[in-house]
Structures are given as C-alpha cells and as structure tokens.
Design a protein around this ligand. Structure first.
Ligand code: HEM
Length: 536
C-alpha cells in the first residue's frame, strides 16, 4: 500500500505498481500516490548524509528523520500538488510547535539585551551584612544581567528616550539574589497601584494604537510626584550611548542585615567603569530607524570581542537612628539620598563576560524579582518595593509558568529543598520523590535555618487604612536642584528644552497650559523657556 514505510522510506516499486493500477481505474483527474520520500535529485550540501560527527536530525521524540525538509503527501502526478497526510508526524510537530513558540512578552521591559558575568567583592563590608556573596574580599559569584527599555514591545527600537531596566541575578550559595534596578535613580510614582496606569500612559493609545503625548502628559500632570523622574528622563541620560555606559540604581531603599539582628538602610548604585555616555537625540532617531537593535548588538559584540564591561558596585548607607533626621523620606522612591551626607561606599565589581548561548532560554525565560533575596539582604518599608515583591513572581507564573524557577536561568546554584512547592507543568527537578508534600511531617522531618531573615527592629502596629500620598512643595526640590545642575552644563538647558518641547506641541491647549504650570513649580525660568520654545 502507498504510505507503507520501511525504515522511513516508501517502497517505490510497490507505489509504482499501485499508481499504474489506480491510473487504469480512474482515467480522469486522479490523486495518486507517487512517493513520500524526499526528492531524490541532486542533493544540496545541507542534505548530504551526515558524517558521524554531525548530529542526526530527529523528531522531538528522538525518532531519526530521513528528511527534515519533506512533507508526506499523496502526490498529484508530476506537479507540485499533493494532499498532506495526517500521519506525517514530523510536519505536524513542526507546524504545531511553531504556533506555540512564543511566551507572552513582558508587559513592561519587553526589549532587552542580556549577558552572564560575575561579581567580585573588593571591600570588607562585614560591619553591614553577613550575606555570604558579599563577604570576603576576592569572593566571586556568577550572575546574569538583563538590560531593557521599558515602554516598547519586544521588537521596538533601542535608542528611544526611556528608562533602562537593570536586572541582575546572583547565583549565590544561599540562593538567588536578584537586584531589579533602573538606570535612573528615582521613579515616577510612589503609590504602587498607579504602576499599570503610568505604563499605559507611556504606551499605545487604546483607540489609535499609537503612543500619545496627550496621554503621557495627562498622566504625569495629574500624578505630579513624578516630576523628579521626568527631569531625569528628559535630560541627557534619557538616551544612553550604550548599555555599557549606564548606571544601575536600586531606586528603593533596601536593608543590609546580620544574623545578630543588626541592620542598616542602603541604596544600591552600580557605576559603569567606562563612565556615563549619552546619545544625542538626532543620532538616536536615525538609529531607531536604521539600526533598531543598536544597543543589543553593541553589548553582544563587545562581549564577544572580549572587551568586558564592568561596573563598580556601591551602597549609600544610613543607620536606623539617622532616619528620623534624614532630609528625605527614605521610603519614598521619588527621592535620592544626598551624596554629601551619605557617600558611596564601594563593595565590589560586576563584570559581564559571557553572551547567552541561546537568547530565548537564557534571557527571555529569565525571571527576575525583587522578592528573591538571600540572608543579609532585606527589603524596606517602601510600599512600591513591597508591591513589587508580589508583582514579579506573579508575572513569572503567568508568563513562564509556575515552575519557572526550575528553568536554567532561574535555577539556584545551591541545593533547593522546597517540598511544599510540587507538581505543575514542566516539573523536572525530581519533584521530591516520595517525600511528604505537607508541613510538619514526622516521616521526613526537615531542618530549619536559624538565620534571622528579616530585621526585627521595626515594630509595626496600627489600623489598616486606605492611603495615597499627596503632593507637597518638597516634591519639587530635587527636580529644581537637577534643573540648576542642567543649566550649568554646556548646552544642558537647550538639550532639555529640545527634548521636552516636541512632546508638548501636539497636545490640547488646556493640557499644555497646565503642563507648563507644572514645570513652573520646578522653576519659573523653566516654564518661561518652554513657553518661548513653543512660541517659535
Ligand atoms: C509598583 C511598581 C512596579 C511594579 C508593579 C512593577 C512590575 C513589573 C512587572 C510585572 C514586570 C515584568 C516582569 C516579567 O514579566 O518578567 C517588571 C519588569 C521590570 N521592572 Fe518593574 N515594576 C514596578 C516598578 C519598578 C521599579 C521601581 C523598578 C526599578 C527600580 C523596576 C524595574 C524593572 C525591571 C528592570 C524589569 C525587567 C526585569 C527583567 O529584565 O526581566 N520596576 N516590573
């Protein structure tokens, strides 16, 4: 019978006889079987039989494939027509898997470059923390970094004015430590429920499906606590020259702590050793069209050449007793800590030295979360950070699946024993065999860590109340200082105005007036400059 297979090849003689008989039976237009083997003319180089050191192509079940490029079909004479048969597992597998090969892209930070590297401790900070990966000068820890834009989709251009995300995963001996940072030191909001709204206002309009300046300014004018972040965004650092030349800021206050219960508050800073370098907006616009993957390529090629980018890792430190008299609210991520009062303290060096061998596996499936912390590192009472500790693992469970932590980039380097996290799609860690899957079993008792995980000094009592922050004049102080600094830089003022003005030109007049008043609260001279620029 046609379709019979011997070692994957149809017996051509049988087929020929069948065709002959069938032809006689049906003189008219006939579907007759000719062959389900590959075309046997001259074989192109890529189809020449594999020498033994080349991998033999198989189907996903391991079954060797005689012809990865052929489709089994009942042929229509000598034409290219034919009916494809349902028993062609190879074709069905390839087509069906293709339709399922995307995972949802990140709702934010979808476009990114990524690389592996290492962190080395350069200074003794044992007075601050006993986190093992931060202890012992010379200690090295492997890591994975993903640097992203925020608003654009996975295929969007690199050289746009946007915040850059700076996510790093440290594979420490005490578990995964993630730092999910940004390249700008402050954030646009401080009430976490506003995060989706803020991002939508930066993305596409619900009707036109196009980014919309009116929507952008409508959000920010009505959520004015973001003024400091906006001043940074529209400043020269809003478009970096390369991903090798940007800062990484924790933005939030974190804690460093020790097993004895002592702790300090810190803000993290990753400083590029090659310095900060920015891109002029004209070049950026050109590259966004001509070379949309400019930053991704640059990081990959630089690492491939062996020219490894490095960052100095530092912290600003505040003792708990200093918090009350601090000039800023340390739980408010719209503020920076003044450097004069809280100088940078160097800890170590971060190097990116290895490109991913497969982008999808290593970077697309990488799941970073501020909730991934090891003993010695802790959160603070910044509500945005608290909310993020929920939001990221939630996103991963949806985007990658509930067992995302078993995948290569997310797998801890130390032994994991989490027998109450069981089953689910893609389980591949042995699933704890016959161990009890419920707590407090006497059949297989578990040992517990004695390490203090979180500082115990903050005592919390009180009622649960709805709370949202309100705006005060203080919220414009750091933005004003930044404006003063920008004005002193060569062409700083002109550049800032040049970056803001085009975004105001096409918005409704009423909103434009209110946005100008908003900038007036930073400095009346800024408002006047913008007005003059718009009048030209
Ligand atoms: C309420 C505030 C925030 C919420 C709810 C939030 C939520 C999210 C979510 C859901 C993702 C996508 C995660 C994924 O699908 O893998 C994400 C990505 C990211 N966020 Fe946030 N975010 C917030 C604020 C921030 C802040 C303040 C920073 C920086 C300090 C930040 C840095 C990042 C980075 C770097 C990524 C990309 C991570 C990666 O490379 O996979 N986010 N955020």
């Amino acid at each position: 019978m046609p379709g019979d297979r011997r070692d994957g090849v149809v017996d051509v003689l049988i087929v020929a006889r069948f065709v002959e008989e069938t032809k006689q039976l049906h003189q008219e237009s006939l579907w007759w079987a000719t062959t389900v083997t590959p075309h046997m003319g001259e074989l192109p180089a890529y189809r020449v039989k594999a020498p033994s050191n080349n991998p033999t192509c198989t189907l996903a079940n391991g079954q060797p494939s005689a012809s990865p490029g052929s489709v089994q079909q009942v042929r229509y004479g000598d034409s290219n027509g034919g009916l494809v048969v349902l028993s062609d597992t190879q074709t069905i597998e390839v087509l069906a898997h293709f339709a399922r090969e995307r995972i949802p892209e990140r709702s934010v930070h979808a476009k990114a470059a990524g690389a592996f590297g290492e962190f080395e401790v350069l200074e003794d900070i044992s007075d601050l923390t006993d986190a093992k990966f931060l202890t012992g000068v010379g200690k090295k820890t492997k890591l994975l970094t993903r640097i992203s834009t925020v608003g654009g989709e996975k295929g969007s251009s690199d050289t746009v004015r946007d915040v850059r995300g700076w996510a790093t995963k440290f594979y420490t001996e005490e578990g995964i430590q993630d730092f999910v940072f940004n390249d700008l030191p402050v954030f646009f909001i401080r009430d976490p429920i506003k995060f989706p709204s803020m991002n939508r206002s930066h993305k596409r309009h619900p009707q036109t499906n196009v980014p919309d300046n009116a929507m952008f300014w409508d959000f920010h004018k009505n959520n004015p606590e973001g003024i400091h972040a906006l001043m940074h965004l529209f400043g020269p650092r809003g478009i970096p020259a390369s991903l090798r030349n940007i800062n990484g800021f924790s933005v939030h206050t974190y804690t460093l702590n020790k097993a004895d219960g002592s702790y300090v508050y810190v803000k993290w800073h990753f400083k590029p050793d090659d310095g900060i370098k920015n891109m002029d907006p004209k070049t950026a616009v050109r590259l966004a069209g001509e070379d949309p993957d400019y930053h991704v390529k640059d990081l990959f090629n630089t690492i491939e050449k062996g020219d490894y980018p490095t960052w100095t890792v530092c912290v600003q430190v505040m003792r708990p007793e200093e918090v009350k008299t601090a000039p800023i609210d340390i739980f408010d991520c719209t503020y920076t800590w003044p450097y004069e009062k809280y100088p940078l303290r160097r800890i170590g060096r971060l190097t990116l030295n290895k490109n991913p061998s497969n982008y999808f596996q290593d970077i697309e499936q990488a799941c970073f979360s501020p909730s991934n912390m090891v003993p010695g590192v802790g959160p603070s009472a910044d509500p945005v950070l608290q909310a993020r500790m929920f939001s990221y693992p939630d996103a991963h469970r949806y985007r990658v699946g509930p067992n995302y932590f078993q995948l290569p980039p997310n797998r801890p380097a130390n032994t994991v024993y989490a027998p109450y996290v069981r089953d689910g799609p893609g389980t591949m860690n042995g699933n704890y065999g016959s161990d009890p899957d419920y707590v407090f079993s006497e059949l297989r008792p578990v040992a517990q860590s004695n390490r203090v995980q979180m500082p115990t000094h903050e005592l919390w009592t009180g009622h649960v109340t709805p709370f949202s922050t309100s705006l005060t004049d203080k919220d414009f102080e750091q933005a004003r200082k930044l404006w003063e600094i920008i004005c002193k830089e060569p062409h700083g003022k002109e550049q800032l105005l040049h970056n803001i003005i085009p975004t105001l030109q096409d918005i409704p007049d009423g909103l434009k007036k209110e946005v100008l008043n908003y900038f007036g609260r930073v400095d009346q001279s800024l408002k006047q400059c913008l007005e003059q620029g718009l009048a030209k």
